[in-house]
Design a protein around this ligand. Sequence first.
Ligand SMILES: Nc1ncnc2c1ncn2[C@@H]1O[C@H](COP(=O)(O)OP(=O)(O)OP(=O)(O)O)[C@@H](O)[C@H]1O
Ligand SMILES: [Mg+2]
Length: 253
Amino acid sequence: MNLTEKKILITRPHKIVYKDGDRIVKVFSKGHGKANVFNEALCHTRVEESGLDIPKVLEVSTFEDQWAIAIEYVEGKTLAQLMEENPDKIEQYINQFVDLQIKMSSCKVNRLTFQKDKFSRKINSLKDTIDATARYELCTRLNSMPVHTKLCHGDFNPTNVIVKEDGSMAIVDWSHATQGNASGDAAITYQEFALKNPDLADYYLDVFCKKTDTAKQYVQKWLPITAAARLTQIITDEEKQFLMRWIDVIDFQ
Ligand SMILES: Nc1ncnc2c1ncn2[C@@H]1O[C@H](COP(=O)(O)OP(=O)(O)OP(=O)(O)O)[C@@H](O)[C@H]1O
Ligand SMILES: [Mg+2]
């Protein structure tokens, strides 16, 4: 593909995200793998069928010999930016964020991967990090959790929500989307907040549990599983220690 007006939005270890006119283009490094790129585009495209207001995938092609996905550009600021700029409005933003999450999980996208299969694959890939006994415990816990088929984002956090001029919100970054249990998805969100701001994490959990009439313990029960899943990503030693503490909780229950 040709990028005629490209401006760098974000640089990551495996990709660069450009704004190119009225679209964004994610250009992936060679190490990211062709299958991962097509899988991200396929997950995103499937979610487009849900009826949620999300930007559309326009093209999967190459740019300078690297795989790239072009997606419609959504004009606005991320919710993360707004939370930083207006700390006095943080409670209002979290309430809107949870409302959006609830709206998302009311959607069904039948052909997405099952959340349970994804978690299970991740837990079982951690042979060098977690011993067989702990992996077995994690899988037993996962298998005891109720199986649902709600649309789950897999990385629902304020950097992946874009707030438009009229206040409406669009969700981006569907590479981890699955169908599954919304409280499992909420545990991922809680975990992301907790790594940076524990008070905000607790506030989020309060709001989520109140609005969905869910017991906090039920969301917390997912945490050893979501912590293990996150260990499969590139993370700092400090974060690894933090996550391992959640996984170790299993020994005492
Ligand atoms: N369609 C879009 N319109 C406008 N901005 C976007 C769009 N998609 C992504 N962005 C911006 O680019 C950023 C990174 O994109 P995205 O979230 O898809 O990549 P990422 O893989 O999640 O990166 P990271 O894992 O570090 O969050 C988003 O946080 C958002 O600011
Ligand atoms: Mg993102």
